[in-house]
Each structure stands twice: as C-alpha cells, then as structure tokens.
Design a protein around this ligand. Sequence first.
Ligand SMILES: C[S@@+](CC[C@H](N)C(=O)[O-])C[C@H]1O[C@@H](n2cnc3c(N)ncnc32)[C@H](O)[C@@H]1O
Length: 271
Amino acid sequence: MADDTVWSEESSELYRQLAQVAVPVRDEQIATLLTLLPFGKDEPFRAIELASGEGFLSHAILDSFPNAKLLALDYEQSMREQTAQRLNHFGERAAVAAFDMLSDDWYGVLNGVDCVVSSLCIHHLSGDQKQMLYRAIGSRLTSRGVLLIADLVAAQRPEANRLFAAAWDKSAEAQSSAQTGSRAAYDQFVETRWNYYLHPDPFDKPSPLFDQLRWLNAAGFAVVDCFWMQAGHAIFGGYKAREANPNGATISYEDALTAAHQALSTAYNQS
Ligand SMILES: C[S@@+](CC[C@H](N)C(=O)[O-])C[C@H]1O[C@@H](n2cnc3c(N)ncnc32)[C@H](O)[C@@H]1O
C-alpha cells in the first residue's frame, strides 16, 4: 500500500478498486474461513468481524449460518456504509459499528463472543500490539470460541521474501486478465507499489507466522494452526477447545465456496 500512516477514504477507494486483482483468490480465502468455523449450519453463535471492509466475509457468514449474529467493525466510514448496505437484508442479525484496532477502548464488545474473524488488517499492528489483541480476544471469547485471521505474514528468509513477492505479482497479473479482461488493474497494482514484499513500508507490519501462532497459543487458544497460504497471505488462527464440535457437521467447503461467490457477486458491478 501507499506510504501513508493512517487508513483514509482514499485508501478504501483504492482497495475497493483493486481488491479483486490484488487479493489472491479472494473467493477461496472466504470459503476457507467459512469451512473452518466450528459451528453446525443451524447452530446459533455470535461473531465479530474486525476491519470488515466492504462486508463480503460478514455477508458469507450470515448467509451460511442462518442463526448466527454478527457485528462488523471498521475504522473507515465509507467501508462501514458499504457493509451496512450489504448486510441490510439480514435485519437484526447484523450490526455495523466504528472501531480503531490500534486502541483498546472497544474490547468490551468481545465479551461472550464465539467467533472473531479478520482479513487484511491485523498486519497494521506491531508485534506487541498483535499480542495484546490476541490476549484481549483469547480472554473474552467463549469456551467454544475461535479466532481466524487472513493476513500478510512476514518472510523469515530472503528466499521466502522473493517467493512471496513473485507469487503475489503473478497472482495479481493473472487475476487482472481473468477478472477484468485487461492488464490495467495489474498496472495499477504495480504503480501503487502494492506488493509489500517488493516494497516494504512502515504502515504495514506483518509478523512471522510462527511467532503469531505462538502468541495465539499463549493467549489461551489450545489449538493453533495455519490452514492455507499463498503469496505471503496466510489463513491461520486458534480454537479455544481441543475437541471437535459436538453438535454435528460444520459446513462443507463446496457450500462455503457457493456462499463466497454469492457474497462477492454483490460487489464487482457496484462501487
Ligand atoms: C485491506 S482492507 C481489508 C478489508 C476486508 N477485511 C477485506 O479483506 O477485504 C483494510 C480494512 O481495515 C480497515 N482499517 C484500517 N485501519 C484500521 C484501524 N486502525 N482500525 C480498524 N480498521 C482499520 C480499513 O478501513 C479497511 O476496511
């Protein structure tokens, strides 16, 4: 991202324009997160999405789990407006509110929540701030709670950094042609120096995956793991409970992909 220190409405506009190209396989990432939720399809649970952006993941969760309730939090007003619009038809099951991930004044909303998800924002926190966040979530989630994160992670070796950089570039180039039929979005990805592994900047502070798994474990998550990774983007997280959901099967990856496509289809002809 650009070298600003605060996320602005312009950052949101650029992200909305380029995300379908800049984020590797967004549908697969959303489907992966949904499949990992340890809840039966009809089971009631309370979820929070941190930095919900346009609200696609929140939409997919509410669509897949008809008895779930979800609070979508984001810092930037235009993103909150888009989320509120996208979630409007879920009625009282959905709520949208402002928060700043860099502060701790919102931690109270985590009390008694079963599920926290977040995509592409936690890397704005320093290592210490991430640990504080993981402890805040770990201590407030219910005993069946889960925290799932999709985010950039730091390479620990120059070889890995080169791999992440090249794979992300290739992904953006391929998605530009496949999703938009043109190279223009990829050219913008290059011009805006979006690829963190080629253009590190002080606003983005990804931490190594292994460190984050240790921090999650120390924050009270009994089972921690990485479930998916591509081009420096990882999906990882922790479960408070060791044992599987006693209430039966969680949703299938196939159904999760359908819900991801459904959520994303509300997007690309809009903003
Ligand atoms: C890269 S976008 C990701 C949006 C969405 N989660 C997704 O994966 O498409 C980053 C999001 O984080 C939000 N954000 C940036 N800084 C934040 C902060 N300090 N606190 C809360 N949200 C923040 C932005 O408004 C934006 O919606």
